[in-house]
Design a binder for this molecule. Structure first.
Ligand SMILES: [Zn+2]
Length: 172
């Protein structure tokens, strides 16, 4: 089996296992970020290494779940409520049984994953922002690109962008 096909099958298997619990989960997000890193140019790698905290050595996968981790008391016991505003940025909803995305209706004031990706891309490139702001922008961007590529972060209003859809066996 060619290596590319083997990697694809491994990725598929990993995402199926991961989706049973937490959507992509930490492993899935790390995997998406790691795959993205293989497409970076040398100058992009250097840029990212300079932006991310020194201890990850430019490895985006090590912080790919940060935007999820900051939201919950078990992973951010002291400050999780401070990040509540970012919850709608992980997905996008359309009205129930309407499959066409309309930004002016579905992403008001950029308060959805589409708006977040656009905003954090601009913030990452904005040299007028300080280092921490650009670092956060990159970490959000890496995560949201992972989120938008999974099946259940784009859904209907009543299923909370797919968050209420069970992908596992309810009997298990
Ligand atoms: Zn997320």
């Amino acid at each position: 089996m060619p290596l590319g096909k083997l990697i694809f099958h491994f990725f598929l298997l990993a995402t199926i296992v991961v989706t049973k619990t937490h959507s992509w989960g930490a492993v899935g997000h790390a995997f998406v970020a790691r795959i993205a890193m293989t497409f970076l140019t040398d100058s992009s790698k250097t840029f990212i290494k300079d932006i991310l905290p020194w201890y990850v050595y430019g490895n985006m996968s090590m912080l790919a779940s940060w935007p999820d981790n900051i939201l919950y008391p078990d992973t951010n016991p002291v400050g999780y409520l401070n990040w509540d505003w970012s919850k709608p940025l992980h997905y996008v909803n359309t009205p129930d049984y309407v499959c066409q995305y309309v930004p002016s209706r579905d992403c008001v004031e950029d308060n959805c994953i589409d708006g977040a990706i656009q905003n954090y891309t601009k913030r990452l490139a904005n040299t007028a922002l300080d280092h921490v702001q650009r670092q956060e922008a990159l970490q959000f961007l890496v995560h949201y690109v992972g989120d938008i590529h999974q099946p259940l972060h784009s859904g209907f209003t009543s299923d909370r962008g797919g968050n209420s859809v069970r992908g596992d066996d309810p009997e298990s």
